[in-house]
Ligand binder design. Structure first.
Ligand SMILES: *[C@@H]1O[C@H](CO)[C@@H](O)[C@H](O)[C@H]1NC(C)=O
Ligand SMILES: *[C@@H]1O[C@H](CO)[C@@H](O)[C@H](O)[C@H]1NC(C)=O
Ligand SMILES: *[C@@H]1O[C@H](CO)[C@@H](O)[C@H](O)[C@H]1NC(C)=O
Ligand SMILES: *[C@@H]1O[C@H](CO)[C@@H](O)[C@H](O)[C@H]1NC(C)=O
Length: 834
């Protein structure tokens, strides 16, 4: 019987569970949902769409003291309160572990027996101190204290402890499950800038939750029962700021950011810079928040670009307490497009707080994009301290060191008393574990360009290597900061040739006339110096004709500067559209695509562990003075761990090039690069951006649009008009087939870069034969008979999938066999040697 029941559960109930978990994420059902109106037993009250019931059954300590108030109160839950002259405990049995909201509502009333304003008491939740010697400081408004408590125990004991000769009280209590993805384990530390892990080991008190530029949002409009208040009272220099809004249904949520993270009303309203382009071009919009400066804080900043007209036009900085918190934030790069929400978690250490929290947003100084900056919402959460308290320091309030130490001892005693031995163990574990984790997770996460210790002529003067704090062998030339300052006219903004989240790229001149590109990491960017060094060491092992070469670097004064060869013809993209440069011939485009494919193929297969580029696009393919293509910016590269064929990682990369499978499963393989490369191929053929929001809806996404035409066999209708007439239809067909295979939905179905390369070589052969024929025809118009024979397109339309097999064209076409087979693979074998 019991077995039958179990089977019944598995077969009948489990599917239900699965269905429930795949329902839209904004319809969250809280497993635990205790809404308690603590007054005398009376009927349930419906407040803001939620029903508060009397919860006397949860009160484990007998207490008949209560107080009711007949005055006009802001909400029915404030009409009455339970009063505790002695210690009292509410005990809740939870169905689910993990984070829970714990909200305590207080409203100080007075009758002939009690004056609640006079009460002083402490409140704890299991081992966590929530309030210590707490006094209501404003009689006229209700007080809400809100906590996020990570429950490991199935029982939550909420204990009210009045001070001697005083009493405690409570009007209403909420204990509600929090969705799993609301608190992330990783954020970044403000200063020094670092990854910060272990956030899910913490307990929090929410001290501010602001809706920038928008109205008050009450639990009725927030599925999770949160309150978001307008930011006006905290905004400094109000005339610097402008509130902007869109209709809430214009906010596009994604799988990772759902309305549970913040409701649409938060993202649909924003504070931006007022008249940013007219007055002083450069200023910050600032908010000032009072906080208890003895605690660390977690700040969650919410962004949603509802102000820009086009993607990639807004770059701005965010500062907290005058430290760079986010440098050159480009929302288009981290979201799917305009009006897609985004948030960042930043930990502010108490040592950085002297006088509250100052949050500032300001434009990026360099004249790129719009001069503007935005913020949609802000949550400020106090983090529990090392003794598990969220309030007071057990004596720190009294000021003396002795008191404080006594307090700590008392606190530890307190913690032990509440059976938090496990908790303490966890704490120790957490602190030990953090730094290691940090290093592991960050080794290859940031902004470097591909590098190798390039041309030997640059390497001779390894002048100042003793200054460098890491081993320079094989890392290229060491530059002093002074040398690079001279080379770039002291990093003059007129020398900037590129801008990105990491910092700027400058054109420099060294050794009397050799042009170089100097990439200078923002010292406050997320990239730490250790990562920089690790990354140089890893990447300097890569050498290839089709990867941009590093010449040297500088790490003086914690600078993170890379010097690499200057690619005088700039990005491939500029030669395709947008810059009015002379159009490239089809042959040139093919050669560029082939070069880039070789560079990528080398990354994927030329090193022991294999490297995934992660951001393949036409702006990352640079051209030298001879139009040789070199792959640049491994900013997002991540090596594949040994023995694993994918890397699990947060979605990064550029909109329009992003592998849909990677996006869905967040698993990165070299096939993600293959997908992006497919988009590059289409861009070369059609000479338009991967995403163009200005076009009619069905044309916005190049990959979708071009593939529709390809399926109808009418691709020639949408190719670059410059190519019409000069492109061989067979060459185009071969090329388009390669692109189509690259863009297949599932990575396993896509070809390897080696296979793609084979097809591109073939397309080039077809084109060359065609051009030769054409010029022959022109000189000898009667000779048409021979034109049909030299090129035979193989009948198979599928791309070869086995990398190692020898590539054979039809036996009677030696030229094809020769070039696309042997030549290509001979090249691969010699890659390491170059
Ligand atoms: C109490 O709060 C009200 C409303 O926010 C405010 O007007 C009043 O100044 C506050 N009183 C004190 C003593 O802080
Ligand atoms: C809140 O929700 C109610 C209905 O549920 C709606 O009428 C109201 O406009 C919403 N308010 C805001 C600020 O979104
Ligand atoms: C904006 O604030 C930051 C940090 O406080 C400061 O360094 C910067 O100079 C400010 N920008 C302007 C234009 O005032
Ligand atoms: C804040 O800094 C202090 C010392 O600088 C350190 O002991 C503490 O762990 C830091 N807090 C956090 C949350 O990193």
């Amino acid at each position: 019987m019991a077995i039958l029941l179990v089977l019944f559960y598995i077969f009948v109930c489990c599917p239900v569970v699965i269905i429930a978990s795949s329902t839209p994420a904004d319809t969250f059902r809280a497993e635990d949902n205790f809404l308690i109106n603590c007054g005398p037993d009376s009927k349930p009250e419906l407040i803001e769409g939620r029903t508060f019931k009397t919860g006397s059954e949860y009160l484990k300590t007998k207490s008949d003291s209560q107080i009711t108030c007949s005055d006009n109160v802001p909400s029915p839950i404030y009409k009455s309160a339970k009063v505790f002259p002695e210690e009292a405990t509410y005990s809740f049995t939870l169905k689910q572990p993990g984070y829970h909201w714990l909200r305590l509502h207080f409203y100080a009333m007075k009758d002939d027996k009690y004056d609640l304003h006079q009460s002083t008491f402490s409140v704890s939740a299991n081992e966590i101190v929530l309030l210590h010697n707490f006094k209501i400081n404003n009689n006229s408004v209700p007080t809400l204290k809100e906590y996020l408590i990570n429950m490991k125990d199935p029982t939550l004991n909420l204990k009210f402890s009045p001070m001697k000769d005083s009493f405690a009280f409570i009007n209403a209590i909420e204990v509600v499950s929090v969705p799993n993805n609301l608190v992330n384990d990783e954020g970044s530390a403000l200063f020094p800038v670092n990854k910060f892990s272990g956030l899910t080991e913490q307990n929090y008190q929410v001290v501010y939750r602001l809706n920038m530029g928008g109205p008050l949002i009450t639990p009725r409009n927030d599925t999770l029962g949160r309150i978001w208040i307008p930011d006006d009272n905290y905004l400094e220099e109000k005339n610097f700021a402008k509130a902007t809004s869109i209709a809430p249904d214009g906010v596009h949520y994604s799988k990772s950011i759902t309305p549970l993270i913040a409701p649409p009303m938060v993202y649909a309203t924003v504070i931006e810079m007022a008249d940013a382009n007219i007055k002083l071009p450069n200023f910050n919009v600032s908010w000032k928040l009072d906080v208890d400066k003895s605690f660390d804080y977690l700040l969650r900043m919410h962004f949603c670009d509802i102000v820009s007209k086009t993607a990639n036009s807004l770059y701005f900085n965010v500062y907290i307490n005058e430290k760079m918190a986010i440098s050159a934030l480009d929302l288009s790069a981290v979201t799917d497009g305009l009006a897609y929400p985004y948030y960042r978690d930043t930990v502010v250490n108490a040592s950085l707080i002297n006088d509250g929290l100052l949050i500032q947003i300001g434009p990026l100084n360099q004249g790129t994009g719009a001069v503007n900056a935005i913020l949609n919402g802000l949550e400020v959460m106090k983090m529990s301290n090392s003794v598990g308290s969220l309030d007071g320091e057990f004596g720190a309030e009294e000021g003396g060191l002795g008191m404080s130490q006594k307090g700590t001892v008392a606190a530890i005693g307190f913690v032990m008393m509440f059976g938090a031995f496990v908790g303490l163990g966890a704490m120790v574990y957490k602190w030990k574990k953090r730094p290691k984790d940090w290093q592991k997770r960050n080794s290859f996460s940031s902004w470097l360009l591909p590098l190798h210790a390039g041309d030997n002529s640059f390497l001779s003067k390894n002048s100042a290597s003793q200054k460098s704090n890491f081993n320079t062998s094989g890392l290229g030339r060491y530059f002093s900061l002074a040398e690079l300052q001279e080379a770039t006219k002291n990093f003059d903004s007129s020398e900037i040739i590129g801008v990105g989240g990491f910092g700027n790229v400058y054109l420099g001149t060294i050794d009397d006339g050799i042009k170089v590109a100097v990439k200078r990491g923002n010292p406050q960017s997320e990239q730490g110096i250790t990562e920089f060094q690790t990354e140089i060491q890893m990447l300097s092992k890569l050498r290839h004709r089709h990867l941009v070469s590093m010449i040297g670097y500088c790490d003086e004064n914690s600078e993170m500067i890379l010097v690499y060869e200057y690619m005088s013809n700039g990005p491939f993209r500029d030669h395709l559209y947008g810059k009015n440069l002379p159009p490239l011939s089809w042959k040139q485009r093919l050669e560029i695509c082939i070069g880039a494919a070789r560079g990528l193929h080398y990354l994927h297969t030329g090193t022991a562990q294999g490297i995934i580029h992660r951001d393949v696009k036409t702006t990352n393919i640079l051209l030298d003075d001879a139009f040789v293509a070199k792959v640049a910016d491994f900013g997002l590269s991540k090596d594949t761990p040994m023995g694993q064929n994918h890397v699990s990682t947060a979605v990064k990369g550029s909109f329009g090039y992003l592998d849909p499978e990677y996006f869905k499963r967040q698993q990165l393989t070299e096939k993600s690069d293959v997908y992006s490369f497919g988009v590059v191929l289409l861009e070369s053929l059609c000479a338009r951006p991967a995403i163009n929001p200005q076009l009619p809806r069905e044309q916005v996404n190049l990959a979708e649009w071009a593939m529709q035409w390809k399926r109808k066999d009418l691709l020639e209708k949408v190719i670059d008009p410059q190519l019409v007439g000069s492109i061989n239809p067979e060459s185009m067909k071969k090329f388009a087939e390669a692109a189509e295979k690259c863009l297949l939905e599932y990575g396993v179905d896509r070809p390897s870069m080696g296979d793609v390369l084979w097809n591109l070589e073939y397309a080039l052969q077809l084109q060359e034969a065609f051009t030769a024929r054409k010029s022959e025809d022109e000189t000898n118009p009667l000779n048409t008979a021979t034109t049909q024979t030299p090129i035979v397109v193989p009948s198979t339309t599928s791309l070869p999938t086995d990398n190692s097999r020898s590539v054979e064209g039809p036996a009677d076409v030696p030229t094809i066999n020769d070039h696309s087979g042997t030549a290509v693979f001979a090249q691969f074998q010699s890659l390491d040697g170059r």
